[in-house]
Design a protein around this ligand. Structure first.
Ligand code: ADP
Ligand code: MG
Length: 703
């Protein structure tokens, strides 16, 4: 593709970047844009008109026909409603294309059918979208044509957040305000704003679309609900970082192209551990933009797959017995004058500002471990966290050798006199260079790991929006910074006070630090001894949102009101129940209309064969044994199906949303597993020609 000849030219082609605004806006208007971006506040009406016209001209020149306020309701994905630029035709039947400042800044999409958890009574179902000037507008380009997308926040008539962006932006403001107080304590007078830098590694599965379309479970639930293991899984570890097959490579190439045009800095691609599993990681960006871009990454991945006869599965656990997919949320905090507050430097023991920041983060994560865990909970992720897969459901912090050693010194003596040094890695081959190595090794099993100059929150699910996890992370750290600044600003001997506070925080919260193997059973016991929460499922996690400390914190920093939190909790319960209900119904359908009829055909065939073989004087004992085995399993499967159906009726009758969600979790999920067990056993016995849909082997190894 010729477009690939110059990546520099296509990068950001479909984005109304700051650079483009600088070019096409009058200088005073551009300055106003910069000011609002940096400091907040409202644009003047006249400037909004000028920007809207410039944006429309740019979009139309590039072939756009419509605009949309692009927002992120509580479904976890994005929403859009297109409006053409055309205006009422004049007397001669001509139209002109228009787009006003008002249309840019405010939308009223109504959009009353999104989950609101009771925040929007239907008689006042007004929802508004408001332009988020900090995330650039872009052109979405596909078979629909070109649509100018304006990133917006979505709020109710009464100002309550109905989306994921509003609280995220609120949390970034809180973090900025409190982080600046910390910087000021250390003599920084220049920084005006502190923003999270966020880099999101995205895992996914890619399978053949024809096969996908033959499986109702994949279509309706995004994951397989039946399926015996193939003879081969991921045990040879030959897929991880393996050579990329051409069909997959052609897909990746297209995904990159689309993302670069959208200004998403897609950087890394590789095969992941499970067969048919891959990863894409962009370069980190300002948190809010990174969150928007992750939505574009997910959408682009799904869209481009269709063009290649493939389907991209973002579900956290599409295939049992194989690794699931996650999303690593790499997070650091950087001031506008370029200080990464999480950069320890070469001698962290001497970097007091870093140590205070670290102590605050450790305190925040320990204090709000359950809340942080909640932020990564969703129905699909239950199959990873706390199930037979990593990362574990227990929140802990990995610091690595060097920092752990510094923390130990601080806790025991109140002083850290030295930092472990890095050193050279000896390759032992004279023709190979000896490498400088980092002072700290990696730990892949920790849910919250310090990796050089950032933390990596590894619990997030692959299909989930990263807005929630980042909102929580920003909020809890803002609170810890605020509490530290309250003490330190009032202290007479500031240096001593900082020193004491670091020691106090680290001593009180060191239980959250764990450098060992997070996957081991021993850690589960050890964590229990330390009193760390082990929250194994989404339904159990929701209450953390409404815990006293959580509500207090969110309200104090104006990130969520209690009403917003209550509505979100209700939506979480409701979404959980609905999702499991869909899975259960898909199972009933597949069992009743596909698997059971196939087994009946097969056993009918076997029965006829028994008779024919016996009549012909042969030994039909193998036929008979197989027939018996299949009919016994069929009976059990049919009983499990009946039970699931009855239980679903009971679940549907429950009115309390929380009780209902727990019922789905405790009972329905068990019944589904029981049904699956017998069906999978049958899959191993029934003639492959008769099995009604593609198997794991067919799907995972023949992309
Ligand atoms: P891994 O070895 O875990 O795959 P990478 O070095 O590939 O990690 O980085 C993973 C992600 O972290 C990338 O998106 C990268 O841009 C991002 N990242 C790197 N440095 C920072 C930072 N200081 N703050 C936030 N994200 C960062
Ligand atoms: Mg990583």
């Amino acid at each position: 593709m010729s477009e690939f000849e110059n990546v520099e030219e296509i990068f950001g082609k479909n984005v109304f970047t700051l650079g483009k605004m600088r070019q096409c806006l009058p200088r005073n208007v551009f300055r106003e844009v910069e000011k609002v971006m940096a400091e907040g506040g409202d644009l003047s009406k006249t400037s909004a008109e000028v920007i809207a016209k410039a944006m429309k001209d740019w979009a139309v020149e590039n072939g756009a026909t419509h605009f949309t306020h692009w927002f992120q309701p509580l479904t976890g994905i994005t929403a859009e409603k297109h409006d053409a630029f055309v205006t009422h035709p004049d007397e001669e039947g001509r139209t002109i294309l228009e787009f006003s400042g008002k249309e840019l800044i405010k939308g009223e999409p109504d959009a009353s059918s999104f989950p609101s958890g009771g925040l929007r009574a239907t008689f006042e179902a007004r929802g508004y979208t408001a332009w988020d000037i900090t995330s650039p507008a872009f052109l979405k380009e596909d078979a629909t044509g070109k649509i100018l997308c304006i990133p917006t926040a979505f709020c109710s008539y009464t100002g309550e957040a109905l989306d994921k962006k509003t609280p995220l932006l609120r949390s970034e403001e809180a973090l900025s305000t409190q982080a600046l107080r910390i910087l000021r304590l250390f003599g920084n007078t220049t920084a005006k704003r502190v923003t999270p830098s966020v880099g999101i590694e995205q895992e996914y599965f890619l399978i053949d679309r024809e096969k996908y379309l033959k499986r109702e479970d994949l279509i309706f639930a995004g994951r397989t609900l039946f399926g015996a293991p193939a003879p081969k899984g991921q045990e040879l570890e030959d897929h991880y970082f393996g050579a990329i097959r051409e069909r997959v490579g052609a897909y990746m190439k297209d995904v990159n192209l689309e993302l670069w045009k959208l200004g998403v800095p897609a950087k890394t691609q590789h095969n992941e551990v499970a067969p048919a599993q891959h990863e894409l990681a962009p370069i980190y960006e300002n948190g809010n933009v990174a969150v928007d871009h992750n939505q574009l990454v997910m959408e682009t991945m799904k869209k481009v797959a269709g063009r290649h006869g493939l389907t991209c599965l973002l579900h956290e656990k599409p295939f049992a017995g194989m690794n699931g997919s996650g999303k690593h949320d790499n997070w650091s905090i950087v001031s506008d004058d370029g200080v990464n507050m999480l950069d320890p430097g070469l001698t962290p023991n001497e970097n007091v500002q870093f140590l205070l920041v670290l102590a605050c983060i450790i305190k925040a994560v320990d204090t709000h471990a359950a809340l942080l865990r909640q932020s990564a909970a969703d129905v699909g992720n239950d199959h990873r966290l706390g199930a037979n897969e990593a990362p574990p459901a227990i929140i802990s912090v990995f610091l690595g050798d060097q920092l752990e050693d510094v923390v130990k010194q601080l806790v025991s003596t109140g002083e850290a006199r030295k930092s472990k040094k890095s050193g050279k890695l000896m390759t032992g081959v004279s023709t190979l260079p000896d490498l400088e190595k980092d002072a700290t090794d990696r730990n892949r099993t920790s849910p919250f790991a310090f990796t050089g100059n950032k933390f990596e929150f590894r619990m997030v699910g692959s299909a989930d929006s990263v807005a929630g996890p980042n909102t929580t992370l920003n909020a809890i750290v803002a609170e810890a910074f605020c509490e530290a600044a309250d003490v330190l600003e009032a202290a007479k001997d500031k240096e001593q006070a900082i020193h004491d506070l670091i020691k106090e925080y680290l001593t009180e919260h060191q239980r959250i630090i764990f450098n060992g193997d997070g996957y081991s059973a021993a850690w589960v016991e050890e964590a229990q001894r330390r009193g760390l929460p082990n929250i194994r499922s989404t339904v159990e996690s929701v209450s953390a949102l409404l815990a006293k400390d959580s509500v207090k914190m969110f309200e104090r920093f104006r990130i969520f009101t209690r009403a917003e939190l209550e509505s979100r909790a209700e939506i979480l319960y409701e979404t959980y129940s609905k999702s499991i209900n869909i899975e259960a119904l898909a199972m009933l359908d597949m069992a009743g209309k596909q698997i059971i009829p196939a087994v009946m055909r097969y056993t009918g065939q076997l029965a006829a064969d028994v008779r024919a073989v016996t009549d012909a004087g042969g030994d039909a004992s193998v036929h008979r044994r197989l027939l018996k085995e299949c009919t016994q399993l069929l009976k059990k499967m049919s009983e499990a199906r009946d039970k699931l159906r009855k239980e679903l009726d009971k679940a549907a009758a429950l009115e309390d949303k929380k009780k209902q969600a727990f019922y789905f979790h405790d009972r329905i999920c068990e019944d589904m597993l029981e049904l699956r067990k017998h069906a999978d056993a049958l899959e191993m016995l029934v003639d492959k020609e008769m099995w009604p849909f593609p198997t794991y082997g067919d799907i995972l190894f023949e992309v």
